[in-house]
Design a protein around this ligand. Structure first.
Ligand SMILES: [Zn+2]
Length: 324
């Protein structure tokens, strides 16, 4: 473990020892405090011996982020005790509930635009981001994918959610909102953490301004076929100073915007990947459907394609249809 982390953990343990000793002195009848003090002493002994942070069961390193969160853990994730496993599961269930509460209302309709989405984390929580924000009769729609998976990615997803939610109320042009979010995100994300994103603003006239920051192509499906809206910028969080250009499209009544994360295009069976071309073909065939039906048809198709192969990635889809 790097020296900086070791000295931080040593400080943490010594601080806990001091506090526990003071607490035991004032409440000697509290046996759980005495037990905790023994645990801290034993961790300090292991640190002195050089065996701290080694799993008692398999003798490999305990995950560093778990030690930083709780310097007393003694088992790697694979060898948690029953009560530890239960506690971790409770935390994950709660995080999952918090993340689900960040999702927009199902079946939202705003100013002549109808929406539907599907959000399916591969584990308890997801690094996928999906939001729908009504602003002055217009609809701001967002779909993104934070690098990595699990709890760390879901925390960054929650941060994106908060940034867009707060900036969308400030009557700024969409391009400026994306630029601000990118800067904030650069300052808070760790090196190597970034987010791809498609976002857009609909008008009641059918005009849509779309920004694609390094994400899979957004699709516009209608009677004229399918239009791909390719990325015009880099993912958020990569470079502090970067430009985000808009693509403007006009949707007729019944035309649909379809956005998805790579959990769809990269879904695979034993021999093949689903792929963007299959997504486009399906969206072209199902273009006349309502948003919820389009998403259900996509889910049916990808399930038939993967044929029971386990999925390894979060999957999110969003359909926004003009219906005036
Ligand atoms: Zn282990």
């Amino acid at each position: 473990m790097p020296t900086l982390e070791v000295s931080f953990l040593l400080e943490q343990l010594e601080e806990r020892k001091r506090r526990l000793e003071a607490a035991v002195a004032s409440a000697p009848q509290n046996s759980s405090l005495v037990d905790l003090l023994h645990e801290v002493d034993s961790a300090l002994d292991r640190m002195a011996e050089g065996t701290y942070g080694i799993c008692l069961e398999c003798h490999t390193s305990v995950e560093q982020d778990r030690l930083l969160a709780d310097p007393l853990v003694q088992y790697c994730l694979d060898h948690l005790s029953g009560p530890e496993r239960d506690a971790l599961q409770r935390d994950l269930d709660l995080a999952s509930q918090v993340q689900r509460n960040l999702l927009p209302k199902k079946g939202l309709r705003v100013g002549g635009w109808e929406t539907s989405y599907h959000f399916a984390p591969v584990g308890a929580v997801s690094g996928d981001y999906c939001d729908l924000i009504p602003t002055d009769g217009q609809l701001l729609f967002l779909l993104g994918d934070v690098s990595g998976k699990g709890v760390a990615a879901s925390m960054l997803m929650a941060q994106l959610h908060a940034l867009f939610r707060s900036l969308s109320g400030m009557s700024l042009p969409l391009g400026q909102i994306v630029t601000h979010v990118n800067r904030f995100f650069c300052e808070s994300a760790l090196a190597g953490q970034y987010a791809t994103l498609v976002c857009g603003l609909t008008k009641s006239t059918g005009e849509v301004e779309i920004h694609n920051a390094g994400h899979c192509p957004a699709l516009v499906a209608g009677r004229g076929g399918v239009l791909r809206i390719e990325p015009t910028g880099l993912p958020l969080g990569m470079f502090r100073e970067t430009e985000f250009c808009a693509t403007r499209v006009h949707l007729e009544n019944g035309d649909t915007l379809f956005l998805y994360t790579d959990g769809l295009s990269e879904a695979s069976n034993e021999s093949d990947e689903y792929g963007v071309d299959r997504v486009i073909k399906l969206v072209r065939h199902q273009a006349a459907r309502q948003p919820a039906e389009l998403i259900a048809a996509c889910l049916d198709d990808v399930r038939a394609f993967t044929n029971g192969s386990p999925s390894f990635d979060d999957l999110t889809m969003l359909a926004v249809q003009r219906c005036c």
